[in-house]
Design a protein around this ligand. Structure first.
Ligand code: DEZ
Length: 408
């Protein structure tokens, strides 16, 4: 029997494990709530399935002598001491890109909400910091909303990559700081030539143009909270959106009144993204098992293909895929597009939920645990006149991930 120890809030995990059991695999699932599993659970575990809130340190590994495979259902991996895993022969996997669409939607919703609030679209180009999965998803949606987007990514430039999906890639930091909006999509790294810790520091933030929109849905320490505090104190006119915080689960309470939008690290929490994370982890586990020492204990190996696919799994959450249909006889202006985005995912509701809670670590975790995972923008369908047949609009709606309704 293989003992799986998993974070209790991974949607679809129980169904997926049941499918494996029904196919004859000797798997046993135990779950833990909260940030860290307890010592007795760790002592029994052979496989550990986690999210970003569980810190896998040497100390945790010391308590888990039988663990030989760890999977995190997240894009970020800085919560796992990968070197310590490697030193102990523990396989470690993550789920790159799995919630990128949700993060792209979050950024689109932030821009939609703040431009509508000022009744003015962005008046200059947008900088995406980091051209990976989430950066591309955010960049595409902003292009769909009609903005010019460029991407700062020195590691990609060093590899000779200067363009991705119509986004120029560059290594010019001053170009970032001159942008009308900036959205961060980098992993948190503290050393090396491209370290991202405090990438946005006091010196950079002080240079941002008036009314600049700064969005951080990557990792809290990429933007120095002390620099934001200094900007708030000098009443620098910025529109800052934070989904992630430097000292999670504690948020910067003193900054809340100054922040334009503040949420509880849920940018990636669409239902499709969360379920895809669980599915991808199970797929990776099943691919690894046959070559492992644990295989003996697993009984009949189950082909990965026998797992249900994402669409089947999502049927279990019908509320997450309610389509939205818009009819437009003429091409939508920026206000209409912004309202379509907000009709599917309205970031302002998450902002309100955070502000209504006491700003304690427990409340932050509770909000994340109880989050009603949302639909993605791809449930939006557009029906309209001849404008929809133009190449430009087909491209823009595709960038926003809206579907063209067959009736058009
Ligand atoms: O790294 C990621 O994938 C995201 O930050 C992820 O959305 C965090 O989600 P959680 O750990 O709460 O499941």
């Amino acid at each position: 029997m293989i003992n799986l120890l998993a974070d209790a809030s991974m949607p679809a995990l129980a169904q997926l494990v049941r499918t494996c059991q029904q196919a004859g695999m000797a798997l046993q699932l135990e779950t833990f709530s909260g940030r860290q599993p307890d010592a007795s659970q760790l002592a029994r575990a052979q496989v550990l399935l986690i999210r970003s809130i569980t810190q896998v340190t040497k100390e945790l590994l010391d308590q888990a002598p039988h663990v030989c495979w760890i999977g995190t259902a997240t894009i970020g991996t800085e919560h796992v001491d990968a070197a310590a895993c490697e030193a102990r022969g523990i396989a470690f996997v993550s789920t790159p890109g799995v919630n990128a669409q949700a993060v792209g939607d979050y950024v689109a919703s932030a821009v939609a909400a703040l431009t509508l609030a000022q009744d003015a679209p962005l008046t200059g180009p947008v900088a995406i910091i980091g051209g990976g999965h989430t950066g591309q998803a955010a960049g595409a949606r902003l292009q769909g909303l009609g903005y010019q987007v460029h991407c700062y990514d020195p590691p990609l430039v060093a590899q000779g990559i200067n363009q991705r999906d119509g986004m120029p890639i560059h290594a010019n930091w001053q170009q970032v700081l001159a942008s009308a909006a900036i959205s961060c999509h980098v992993p948190l790294t503290r050393s090396g030539p491209f370290a991202t810790y405090h990438l946005l520091d006091d010196a950079s933030i002080a240079q941002l143009p008036a009314n600049c929109m700064l969005i951080n849905a990557s990792r809290g320490p990429v933007v120095a909270e002390s620099a934001l505090r200094a900007a708030a104190n000098r009443q620098q006119p910025l529109r800052v959106v934070l989904d992630v915080w430097e000292h999670e689960p504690q948020i910067a309470t003193d900054l809340l009144p100054w922040l334009s939008l503040a949420t509880m690290h849920i940018a990636g929490h669409s239902m499709a993204g969360k379920v895809a994370g669980t599915l991808q982890l199970l797929q990776q586990l099943l691919s690894w098992l046959p070559s492992s020492e644990l295989a003996q204990a697993s009984g009949t190996a189950m082909p990965v293909q026998e797992l249900p696919d994402l669409t089947d799994l999502l049927q279990a959450w019908p509320k997450s895929v309610q389509p939205q249909l818009w009819q437009a006889n003429k091409a939508p202006d920026w206000r209409t597009l912004a309202s379509w985005v907000l009709a599917i995912y309205d970031i302002r509701q998450d902002d309100l939920a955070l502000r209504q809670q006491p700003a304690t670590p427990a409340a932050f975790d509770q909000l994340r645990r109880g989050y009603a995972h949302r639909s993605e923008l791809s449930v939006g369908q557009v029906q309209g006149g001849s404008w929809l047949a133009t190449e430009e609009w087909r491209k823009r709606l595709k960038q926003l991930t809206f579907q063209l309704n067959k009736g058009c």
